[in-house]
Write a new protein. Sequence first.
Length: 70
Amino acid sequence: MGLLDAVGEIAGAVAAVEATDKLDSDASLLTKGIAAVAGFEGAGALESFVGKKEQESNAAQADQAADPQA
C-alpha cells in the first residue's frame, strides 16, 4: 500500500464522518465510527476498481497495438 492509497482512504473516512455530521448533527460516536470505517473501506474499494479498469484499458490498448487487424 502506497502513501497515496492511505491518504485516499483517510480522506474517504473523513468525508463520510463529515457527511454524517451534516445529516445528523446529534450522531453518536458509534455512528460516526461506523461512517468512518465505511468511508475508509469504500475509498479503498473505489481505488481498487479504478486500478482494475486502468489495467484492462491498458491491456486492450496493447492488444490493439499488437494486432491492428482486430
